[in-house]
Design a protein around this ligand. Structure first.
Ligand code: NI
Length: 418
């Protein structure tokens, strides 16, 4: 993950360039900074997260550049450069919108503020990529705070306060994301939850979350078919209702399917009634499409309430988590995704990949890297002697091995020998 830090730091330096002893910066130069920073980060690391880090870096330099004593610059030109990189059409629309508003409102500040209100709407309409939606939100937040119009009173005049607000906002958001979605792996050993299979055989399970997707899922199914691999798909009820034929294809081609809730809501804040609905609606959607009532369940983000856990037990679901994340959610380059899996795999690994979904919604997201990485993952693991099983097969094996597992107590030993 250190590359992402490098991207952020370099972007911050780029954002601070050309300001030495000169507080009066050119609009086109600032625009170019935003655009070029993203372009460069794309060359270095083609990943959603790297664009996000680049944007944060270059924007942060706007409020506190390292080479200049002048603080509190306006960030609109840099932001426009970033937006222009993400979507030239959106950039042009935004610029035109600004020009019109400038004529109507006469005030520069008010025109920027009013046009930035359209950013989130445009972002959600234009982008499939989660990282670009987040970048747009950050730009929106920073411009809103900076150009908070006087008629709304209590304008944040203090630069320190401004920096703190932006800093805390971004930090809070990242921490939330980090813990809520990606890091949670659970604590201790829980018997009714599966994180991996027995370590005694060179079996691994490939699992795909958030689908079906109309573009990526069929591509993944083609690859699996070509290489004669069975995987497990954790499906979102709403996506199944949208693409029932893809869910049917999974079953027909011998893959296991499980439930990943109806609309990918975190189960923790949900009421008992909503939790029940999330589980039941998905069940109905999957059963309607495939004729199979799912018995495997993977909670969104790997988190669940104790109520949900009890309910799932009652409904005879098995909770399935994972012990190896390919981190493909970050839209990493394919070779990074391959390395993440191949370097960390061990016998019994349950490997987490995604065929759909993104950071914010249960649909969309660019999974083209995952598709590209998959053939190599399969080939490399096979070269290492691994075989692929579904989660159902893995559970069967686990049950067979249960006594053995207790005898060896290998999940308690720090470095089991294979
Ligand atoms: Ni998910």
């Amino acid at each position: 993950m250190y590359q992402f830090l490098i991207v952020a730091i370099l972007s911050y330096i780029i954002g601070s360039l050309f300001t030495i002893g000169n507080g009066n910066r050119k609009y086109s130069l600032e625009f170019a900074k935003g655009f070029l920073t993203l372009l460069l980060s794309g060359f270095y690391l083609h990943s959603g997260l790297s664009y996000l880090m680049a944007s944060v870096g270059v924007l942060a330099a706007q409020s506190r550049p390292i080479f200049s004593k002048v603080n509190g610059y306006s960030a609109e030109a840099v932001s426009l450069g970033i937006i222009f990189y993400m979507s030239p059409i959106m950039g042009v629309v935004l610029a035109l919108f600004f020009i019109v508003l400038k004529r109507v409102l006469k005030e520069y500040d008010q025109a920027v503020f009013a046009s930035c209100l359209t950013i989130p709407i445009m972002a959600f309409r234009t982008f499939r990529s989660d990282s670009f939606i987040i970048i747009s939100s950050i730009i929106f937040a920073s411009l809103t705070i900076q150009f908070w119009p006087p008629f709304l009173e209590r304008r944040i005049k203090s630069v320190v306060l401004y920096n703190m607000a932006i800093g805390l906002g971004v930090l809070g958001f990242l921490i939330l994301l980090y813990f809520n979605k990606y890091v949670y792996k659970g604590f201790g050993v829980q018997k009714d939850i599966i994180r991996h299979g027995p370590h005694h055989f060179k079996y691994v399970a490939l699992t795909f979350d958030d689908g079906p997707d109309s573009v990526y899922t069929p591509e993944i199914l083609d690859i699996l078919k070509e290489r004669d691999v069975r995987a497990t798909f954790f499906l979102i009820g709403k996506n199944v209702s949208r693409y029932p034929e893809i869910a049917q294809r999974m079953v027909m081609e011998g893959h296991s399917i499980g439930s990943h809730t109806h609309s990918h809501k975190s189960l923790i804040p949900l009421s008992a009634k909503s939790t029940y609905k999330e589980i039941k609606n998905a069940e109905v959607a999957i059963e309607e499409a495939t004729g199979i009532r799912p018995t495997l369940f993977r909670p969104p983000r790997g988190v669940y309430s104790s109520y949900a856990r009890d309910l799932l037990k009652e409904e005879r679901y098995t909770l399935v988590l994972w012990d190896l994340s390919a981190v493909d959610w970050a839209e990493l380059a394919p070779k990074k995704i391959v390395a993440n899996v191949v370097n960390k795999v061990k016998p019994g690994s349950i490997i987490l990949l995604h065929d759909s979904g993104d950071l914010i919604t249960y649909r969309g997201g660019d999974r083209h890297s995952t598709v590209k990485a998959l053939p190599e993952i399969i080939d490399k693991l096979r070269t290492q002697g691994y075989e692929f099983v579904t989660i159902d097969q893995m559970i069967f094996l686990s049950e067979l091995m249960e006594t053995e597992e207790y005898l060896h107590e290998d999940y308690l030993s720090p470095s089991p020998a294979y």
